[in-house]
Write a protein that binds this ligand. Structure first.
Ligand code: B12
Ligand code: SF4
Ligand code: SF4
Length: 360
């Protein structure tokens, strides 16, 4: 039986490669020391308004803090990763403040949740087929991309996919950190891979480069200050003291990965769905700010950018114009400051004042 199970591990890895994943590994379904930081992180308010991270079980314990509690049947976690990098400049290489920045992961033609889950389902099916018939009735599997009660990066580390960098991202020695993760929980006990060793060393580039000081200390990120959170997850007005630091970011932020030495030679993805949609690399701010509802739906159909909605995108574009040091945006900001969307209008009023002050 043991040799049959080790065959299953090999079959899973081949299936992951065939499905288009760049990396795959097995982690034990154990509550490792990193997970102990999760309740502290929540208690310190670092999740901001992302209430789903605070989901609790009937005993009132945080679901994501313990896989043993939330999925007691799980024995192993199969972690798969796919490279989404494309041959386009980093945000730190294009400094035109009159154009915005949409983070690399969101340029894609297909939403990564769908692209990764589709592949995970392929691996899950191969696993079911590979398991000996007598074990099949007891086999349980669950595939997740983001939405499961799992801190994916911790399991990615123990599956050997990469280490948790000081910027909190999973970094692979050969592929860098432009990776999406997906996990399959399984009741099958598969031999775990070795955890990836931390190769950050004495480097602190990401911490120094973060414009809003969101990386409070190595491995500790405060979402409330992170541009990614502010531009994607934060509804309503963005705290004023953070707006200048947002620079030209419209959706997400790549800075702490752009400056990471492990991404200097990051290879490009072979998955066609991660090729950028037209206009999204270094987009024109006016185009985004003036986008009608109809155009927004057409341009972003099946894109992760829908998450911030048209209101958030236009709010962010107004703030970016405020940070542009380009007075040509003043007439458009004047118009937007009377917009029917109060968050766009408020953002535009701030932007107008900030733009005038910063160019006096
Ligand atoms: C919520 C969330 C966010 C939040 C919070 C991010 C964060 N760092 O927690 C926001 C909106 C800010 C965000 C931003 C981004 N995200 Co996000 N996000 C998630 C999500 C849904 C949950 C993460 C979570 O549970 N955070 C809670 C904190 C506590 O966990 P953590 O940061 O992973 O921290 C662990 C380690 O730091 C660990 N640790 C390890 N060693 C040490 C040592 C010490 C001393 C301490 C204290 C802790 C510690 O402890 C923590 C676990 O308790 C995951 C998917 C998932 N289900 O896991 C995607 C995920 C992490 N995001 C992803 C991506 C791509 C991004 C962005 C790059 C998108 C962008 N370009 O804007 C940025 C990156 C910003 C950054 N530097 O992290 C990918 C990451 C892939 C990778 N290579 O790591 C994931 C895995 C999604 C996916 N399925 O691919 N994200
Ligand atoms: S994503 Fe941007 S704002 Fe968030 S921690 Fe990294 S550099 Fe800072
Ligand atoms: S920039 Fe340096 S410290 Fe930050 S994640 Fe990369 S290697 Fe680690």
């Amino acid at each position: 039986m043991a040799s049959q199970i080790s065959d299953v591990k090999a079959i899973v890895k081949v299936a992951a490669e065939e499905a288009g994943f760049d990396l795959a590994g097995i982690a034990p379904a154990a509550d490792t020391s990193e997970l102990k930081h999760f309740p502290e992180w929540i208690a310190a308010g670092r999740a901001g308004e992302m209430k789903y991270l605070e989901a609790r079980d009937d005993q009132g314990d945080l679901k994501r803090a313990s896989l043993a509690r939330v999925a007691p049947w799980a024995r192993s976690v199969i972690v798969c990763a796919i490279n989404y990098n494309t041959e386009n400049p980093y945000s730190t290489q294009t400094n035109d403040l009159s154009r915005g920045w949409i983070s690399r992961y969101a340029w894609s033609r297909e939403d990564y949740h769908d692209a990764v889950l589709r592949r995970l389902k392929q691996v899950e099916a191969a696993l079911h087929e590979a398991v000996p018939a007598e074990l099949q009735p007891a086999l349980i599997t669950r595939s997740y991309v983001d939405t499961g009660p799992v801190v994916e990066r911790v399991f990615a580390k123990y599956a050997g996919v990469g280490w948790v960098g000081k910027n909190t991202c999973i970094i692979n020695q050969k592929k860098g950190s432009w990776l999406f993760l997906g996990v399959i929980l399984t009741s099958l006990e598969l031999a775990p891979d070795l955890p990836a060793p931390d190769r950050c060393g004495t480097c602190t580039r990401c911490i120094e480069a973060c414009p809003t000081d969101a990386i409070l200390a190595p491995y500790q990120l405060d979402s409330n200050k992170c541009i990614s959170y502010l531009t994607i997850e934060k509804r309503g007005p963005i705290p004023e003291d953070l707006r200048a630091g947002m620079g030209r970011h419209i959706f997400g932020c790549d800075i702490c990965q752009d400056v990471c030495p492990w991404n200097r030679k990051a290879p490009a993805s072979t998955a066609p769905e991660f090729e950028p949609r037209p206009g999204l690399v270094n987009p024109a701010l006016g185009w985004l700010a003036e986008m009608s509802g109809e155009e927004f739906r057409a341009v972003f159909r099946g894109s992760p950018i829908r998450r911030t909605k048209r209101s958030g995108l236009r709010r962010n574009a107004a703030i970016a114009m405020g940070n542009s040091r380009n007075r040509e945006f003043l007439p458009l900001l004047e118009q937007l400051s009377r917009d029917e969307d109060e968050f766009v209008a408020e953002g535009a009023r701030w932007a107008k004042t900030h733009l005038i002050r910063s160019t006096e």
